[in-house]
Design a protein around this ligand. Structure first.
Ligand SMILES: Cc1cc2nc3c(=O)[nH]c(=O)nc-3n(C[C@H](O)[C@H](O)[C@H](O)COP(=O)(O)O)c2cc1C
Length: 182
């Protein structure tokens, strides 16, 4: 399963959450970090038989994954451009989208109280067109996230860890139910 994190920041709370998700995921669920920070901005003129190397690397790595966990901050009440660009790169060339049919789940993380709700919902809007069956419940809105980790980035809140554990178990079940054999 691919993990895409919508922040490049050192000390990213979303990156910390991705680590927590890996820690508590059910046995046998492999979480593969896929880099998106080096993807040139999508430009259809570059999408030839010889696209940018980073696009090719990303598309190949994503093709090998059976599902996608998105861990995202919210920028201006929506999905950070970093993550939207990765979605756009993966969706093309037309008819060769790497997203089609892959089960998806979203954890949105913010130091604010609204828990990046806007980014979480906007991502789900893209899933409809991308034909990604999205885990509906539980939803994962993690607010006030700066208080959840220690200085080494480890989750210190037992209730949240338990919630993420249940979330990942539900995602594993969802993948079993909706995933296509690849
Ligand atoms: C350009 C920009 C826009 C932001 N907009 C929002 C926002 O709409 N909602 C929100 O909760 N936080 C917003 N923030 C604050 C982020 O939630 C905060 O920087 C968070 O730590 C980002 O996630 P990270 O720790 O994984 O990098 C914004 C930050 C930036 C840099």
């Amino acid at each position: 399963m691919a993990v895409l994190v919508g922040s490049l920041r050192r000390g990213s709370l979303n990156r910390m959450m991705a680590s927590t998700a890996r820690e508590v995921a059910p046995a046998g669920m492999e979480l593969v970090d896929i880099a998106i920070g080096d993807l040139p901005l999508y430009n259809q003129d570059l999408d030839t038989d010889a696209p940018p190397a980073a696009w090719k690397r990303f598309r190949d790595e994503m093709r090998a994954c059976n599902a996608v966990l998105f861990v995202t901050p919210e920028y201006n009440r929506s999905v950070p451009g970093l993550l939207k660009n990765a979605i756009d790169v993966g969706s093309r060339p037309y008819g060769q989208s790497i997203w089609s049919g892959k089960p998806a789940a979203v954890i949105s993380v913010s130091p604010g109280a609204l828990a990046a709700f806007g980014a979480n919902q906007h991502l789900r809007q893209s899933f409809v067109f991308l034909d990604m069956p999205a885990l509906q419940q539980p939803e994962a809105y993690i607010g006030n996230a700066a208080k959840l980790f220690d200085e080494k980035g480890r989750m210190t809140n037992d209730d949240t860890r338990e919630f993420v554990r249940k979330f990942m178990a539900a995602f594993a079940q969802w993948i079993g139910k909706t995933g296509r054999a690849s």
